[in-house]
Write a protein that binds this ligand. Structure first.
Ligand code: A3P
Length: 318
């Protein structure tokens, strides 16, 4: 049944970069995408064969898109020297449901059914929507979801740089580090609170690991080969012995590596979202623990306590 929302009743706040945030069903959304999210909730119809890539922004979306695209399409792009990832930004190869597809109230998505993949026959799409907010058909169909999360201290650091670099409200001076960290710890950031976002997918993974693959950015950094294989197995297109022998896992890992993608021309000079976001800002440092260069001991302690209280009993650790 179509959900109707009286937007005038929703709480609103100004984010640290001046964007308006609106609170809906316990989560904060940028006003820019809010209508699109409602529209997707009401109209997006998942197919059992769909693959949905989900993240909180700045948790490794770009990397996940590259990896899942390369794994799923290795049948038609076996040669990593001629892979579309070398000429297109990952965000233009895997479209976001709420950012790219639902500009219009109820877009015709039929064209997506003849999608690019060959190793698996499916549409691959992405979202930042929390699990609870996903269109019902994503949760209820047999489609698969891959989720990546990241240590919130690094995610915050990455987000802050990204929002300052891509200032959408050019006339607004962003809030300082302390104030923006306060807001982040209060869960007031696009698609936040981060802990509820993470827990939603974590619990869904525990309930049905065949539907939701739960990955961590830090684990990908530690052992990318193992995770590339994990993604392939989850998508039911495991690497054959012959592929493994000829180094296909390592090739994909290398193709999607930070160092490689950062230096691809389109990622150095191009833009996404109608020129709003520089591709280069999706490739900043790509490190684990960069937060130590920006946040002090008190901030780290505060986050540690926050995570302990939010994730207690969940089995989740960062
Ligand atoms: P940093 O800002 O810490 O460098 P998202 O893709 O969700 O927007 O997240 C962006 C973060 O992922 C940025 O983190 C970016 O540098 C990092 N990133 C992008 N591509 C990556 C890759 N191929 N490997 C590792 N990290 C990557």
């Amino acid at each position: 049944m179509e959900k109707k929302v009286d937007e005038t009743l929703l709480e609103r706040k100004t984010s640290w970069d001046g964007q308006q945030l609106v609170k809906y069903d316990g989560f904060w959304f940028s006003e820019m995408f809010f209508r699109q999210i409602l529209s997707a909730q009401n109209h997006f119809v998942a197919k059992d064969s769909d693959v949905i890539l989900s993240t909180v922004p700045k948790s490794g979306t770009t990397w996940l898109k590259a990896l899942a695209f390369a794994v799923a399409n290795r049948g038609i792009h076996p040669n990593t020297d001629r892979n579309p990832l070398l000429t297109s930004n990952p965000h233009t190869l895997v479209h976001s449901i709420e950012i790219n597809l639902f500009h219009r109230e109820n877009p015709n998505l039929e064209y997506l059914s003849s999608s690019t993949s060959s190793t698996i026959s499916s549409r691959m799409l992405s979202t930042h929507m929390p699990f609870e907010i996903l269109p019902d058909s994503i949760r209820e169909s047999a489609c698969k979801i891959i989720y990546v999360c990241r240590n919130p201290l690094d995610q915050f650091t990455s987000l802050r740089h990204f929002l300052i670099e891509n200032r959408i409200k050019k006339d607004v001076v962003p809030l300082g580090l302390d104030e923006s960290f306060d807001m982040f710890c209060d869960g007031i950031h696009g698609f936040g609170p981060f802990w509820d976002h993470i827990l939603g997918y974590w619990n869904a993974h525990l309930e049905n690991p065949g539907k939701v693959l739960f990955l961590k950015y830090e684990d990908l950094k530690e052992d990318i080969g193992c995770n590339v294989k994990k993604i392939a197995e989850f998508l039911e297109c495991p690497f054959s012995l012959e592929e493994e022998k000829r180094g296909a896992v390592e090739e994909i890992s290398r193709l999607c590596s930070f160092e490689n993608l950062k230096n691809v021309e389109v990622n150095k000079s191009g833009y996404v979202m109608d020129g709003l976001l520089k591709n280069s800002t999706f490739f900043r440092k790509g490190e684990v623990g960069d937060w130590t260069n920006y946040l002090n001991h008190e901030m780290a302690e505060r986050m540690k306590k926050l995570m302990q209280s939010k994730f207690e009993g969940s089995g989740l650790m960062f």
